[in-house]
Write a protein that binds this ligand. Structure first.
Ligand code: GLN
Length: 390
């Protein structure tokens, strides 16, 4: 059967979760919490169902939820989106990404991505007929040659972006490296895009996971960027409900109008009771205001345990992912490719992880894998016990 995506197999997250289940490994691969969400959130959804909010909602999403989101963005980032013409509820971040791309990329259009990049970007661009131009994050290295931090590749970006580049995809906090963009980075990006008609898709699904007192800098906090951006967000990450698949896309009215043309024939609408429940729950800011401290404690606990291993830890300023370099381990498997190492770690050690090479198109081996620390302490402890034996 002729394939529209000949190079695409099954997404690495599904592959590793299946392998973890098959071998009863502790799954630190795919990013999702293993602890329950707030019972109040479930009660809010329950109440919506009992109040008979069970038919199609408005195509663009339930009004209360869109208004709540607009208020929240206004308070946190200072930009006022019109909840009726500029915010659309989506079936999670990934649907928002695909829909935004289909809405603005035509065959032959150039789209710039920064690798390592979330694995849905490239196939989504290819389905739209767009041409992917990939640049890579620059790694700074310690004296021992190991990655110390990741930097935005400004020079490569300025070479890659032309006056008629259709779209640039950015992601902050960044999956998988945890890198976060600073305000000065947004300023620099706005300068770079000044004489172009390039749109921006800003994937900010980990926006409430930024640590050590730092802040998340959204395109919504930058008027010039907000005017040309699709802002992608996800409730699954923030409220510990990745299976609900509810998120949103905020964009200026003309961009949202095009987005909705595709959205209505893609999912049409997103499930009604979850939207009502989230709308009620969203009015209390305490959950997401406490999230950085909540996840920072998990990050620090996990890192302290990893310090007792020979894995080299990379910095984690944001997200719920911890990257480690395994090439310093003194076992023969330290020579394996990232994908083979992750397979071995899952099947033989009983801890699943994600190879960073899965976030690149061309085979790129940096000896780095990603663990998700959105887990109960007991899960992290069991995983650390196994990793400390290596
Ligand atoms: N974003 C999640 C991760 O990086 C996975 C999402 C998915 O499995 N599609 O682990």
């Amino acid at each position: 059967f002729p394939s529209r995506l000949p190079k695409v197999g099954t997404t690495i997250f599904t592959v590793m979760s299946a392998l973890a289940a098959e071998h009863q490994a502790i799954n630190l691969g795919q990013g999702f919490p293993d602890f329950p969400c707030d019972r109040k959130l479930i009660a809010d959804v329950n109440e919506a169902m009992l109040a008979d909010h069970n038919q199609y909602p408005p195509m663009i999403g339930v009004p209360n939820l869109r208004h709540g989101i607009a208020n929240k963005i206004q308070q946190l980032y200072g930009h006022q989106y019109n909840p009726d013409s500029e915010i659309t509820i989506t079936a999670g971040g990934t649907q928002g990404i695909l829909t935004a791309i289909l809405a603005c990329v035509s065959p032959g259009d150039e789209v710039v991505i920064i690798e390592p990049a979330y694995d849905s970007y490239r196939p989504s661009i290819e389905l739209a007929g767009g041409k992917v131009i990939a640049v890579s994050l620059e790694a700074t290295r310690d004296s021992d040659g190991k990655v110390a931090s990741y930097q935005i590749p400004w020079e490569a970006l300025s070479k890659a972006i032309h006056a008629n580049t259709r779209l640039l995809i950015i992601n902050t906090p960044h999956n998988p490296t945890g890198m976060v963009w600073q305000k000065s980075d947004l300023d620099r990006l706005a300068d770079l895009l000044k004489n172009t008609s390039t749109l921006v898709l800003s994937d900010e699904v980990y926006k409430h996971m930024v640590y050590d007192g730092a802040r998340h800098h959204s395109v919504a906090s930058h008027p010039e960027l907000a005017a040309r951006s699709f802002l992608i967000s996800s409730f699954g990450k923030t409220y510990h409900v990745t299976g609900w698949k509810v998120g949103y896309v905020a964009a200026p009215a003309p961009m949202s109008a095009e987005f909705r043309k595709v959205h209505q024939f893609n999912v049409f609408t997103v499930n009604t009771p979850m939207q009502y429940g989230l709308a009620t729950y969203l009015s209390d800011a305490s959950h997401y205001l406490n999230l950085p401290a909540f996840y920072q404690a998990k990050r620090d606990f996990f890192r302290a345990g990893l310090e007792k291993t020979t894995f080299k830890l990379l910095p984690t300023p944001g997200t719920y992912f911890q990257c480690v370099d395994y090439t310093a381990l003194t076992i023969p498997e330290a020579k394996l490719s990232e994908a083979e190492f992750c397979k071995w770690l899952t099947t033989e050690v009983g801890v699943a992880a994600i190879p960073i090479s899965a976030f690149y198109e061309k085979p790129t081996e940096s000896g780095v894998i990603r663990f998700c620390f959105a887990k109960q302490e007991q899960t992290l402890t069991s995983a650390l016990d196994r990793l400390q034996k290596l």
